[in-house]
Design a protein around this ligand. Structure first.
Ligand code: FAD
Length: 400
């Protein structure tokens, strides 16, 4: 007689993901993004620039605060609402700008919130939630075995200060951030140096930043950062000593989830645009959308987008459940998040590629956003944890 233990299969917590207030917030966030951002995106993409003032506008409207405590000016903590804003922001179609805002609120603020002292929160987190300060995160890869890769900075203790030297590439908001959360190795002569985390004030003497040029994500403010004998007070050390690698690993899980949420929306929007275009565009006397080959292609892409969304929402549900103290199997969240990012970024890339195709030659013109999605979604695959690293995490979860 077959006997099943339902508990053994209960990896999906029985939580509704979006409640009524999230649906209402989604509408408000969608209107805000449409009204304040989307209409400017074409011009900002051409200029490769948008006003830094946007941080204040978004902050003043409360959209950076969803997951943070009201004590620091937040409106939460509500991770799901923060996920809703991530999705709605991604609808604007300027992946670089989205990445900047996400790196600020989703990553830098989150480090401060989770690992900062009250004094650090007062000084950096509260004004960041208000959009008065801009932050970024220059972090490193951590694989499934917890191995840290790519520590770019070295920190040496000197009296009450630390002295930072080294250079890091590709830090979002790097060119205009007021502060950056950076990891540094205490002693680079050993194969396994101690990892420290700092809040680096970018006005400090010895800090240099150079904004880089990118194939896509054109509005982003990624920069190469270099530190030459930069003095950082011990008060700006972040996190409990010894817990830094765990903090980085924990943050990377959230970051992957946020990137997956954005990738699903990018895929969804580029598909919607391609369908709309092919309804209008005539070829051989009929709309392109009337050819069965395109109908089937769209059906396949739509199915993949929904699969990507399901995988991502599954990971988000696990994340929220774990935060709320529900039982989640060890390693389950890590694996689910890695799978979500692995799959969604490839789906977004495939969808954007087919959508350029659906536009024919016009898809390559800047007149249509299709080419932008095609350029922008490409970075999702290596960015924020390359798919090879994610496969490592999944493989390790199988004990390999
Ligand atoms: C526009 C932009 C913005 C960015 N913003 C930020 C930011 O704000 N903060 C930040 O910290 N980082 C940022 N990054 C960096 C980004 O996270 C990294 O580029 C990404 O994690 C990949 O690391 P890497 O470039 O060092 O690639 P590498 O590690 O050099 O990888 C090169 C190749 O080797 C493969 N590889 C690596 N490890 C393994 C392995 N174990 N097994 C098999 N293959 C492997 C990779 O998949 C890749 O194909 C940004 C990058 C870009 C392009």
């Amino acid at each position: 007689m077959l006997k099943l233990d339902p508990e053994a299969f209960a990896t999906e917590p029985a939580l509704p993901l979006f409640r009524e207030e999230h649906d209402a917030y989604r509408e408000a966030a969608r209107d805000f993004v449409a009204g304040v951002i989307t209409g400017n995106v074409e011009a900002w993409e051409v200029d490769r620039e948008y006003p830094r003032e946007l941080f204040r506008t978004v902050g003043a409207a409360g959209h950076f605060g969803a997951q943070f405590d009201p004590r620091w000016g937040g409106a939460g903590p509500d991770l799901v609402a923060s996920a809703v804003f991530t999705e709605e922001l991604a609808r604007c179609g300027s992946a670089g700008l989205v990445a900047d805002l996400r790196a600020h609120a989703g990553f830098a603020c989150r480090y401060l919130d989770r690992y900062g002292t009250d004094e650090q929160k007062q000084r950096y987190l509260a004004p960041s939630i208000a959009g008065e300060l801009v932050g970024g995160v220059g972090v490193v890869e951590v694989d499934g075995a917890g191995t840290v890769d790519g520590l770019a900075l070295r920190a040496v203790r000197d009296g009450d200060d630390w002295v930072l030297d080294g250079a890091d590439a590709l830090v979002l908001n790097g060119s205009w951030a007021d502060y950056l959360i950076v990891p540094a190795a205490s002693d680079t002569s050993t194969p396994d140096p101690e990892v420290l985390l700092f809040i680096l004030d970018t006005t400090a003497s010895g800090v240099e930043r150079h904004r880089d040029l990118r194939g896509g994500w054109r509005t982003a403010h990624t920069a190469a950062l270099s530190c030459t004998a930069v003095r950082v007070s011990d008060e700006n050390r972040l996190g409990r000593p010894g817990d830094e690698v765990a903090a980085i690993t924990e943050q990377l899980v959230w970051e992957r989830l946020v990137l997956a949420l954005g990738a699903v929306v990018a895929a969804e929007v580029s598909l919607e645009q391609a369908i709309a275009y092919t309804r209008e565009r005539q070829a051989f006397g009929r709309p392109v959308a009337s050819f069965q080959v395109w109908q089937h292609r769209f059906a396949d892409l739509g199915t993949e987008v929904e699969l990507a969304r399901s995988l991502t929402y599954h990971a988000l549900r696990l994340y929220v459940a774990e935060e709320e103290g529900e039982d989640v199997l060890p390693g389950e969240l890590d694996r689910a998040t890695a799978m979500a990012k692995l799959y969604t970024d490839r789906v977004a890339q495939r969808t954007a590629d087919e959508c350029v195709q659906a536009h024919g030659g016009a898809g390559y013109l800047t007149e249509y956003p299709a080419q932008r999605y095609w350029r922008d979604t490409r970075l999702g695959v290596p960015g924020g944890g390359s798919d090879d690293t994610l496969r490592e995490i999944v493989a390790r979860s199988y004990g390999l």
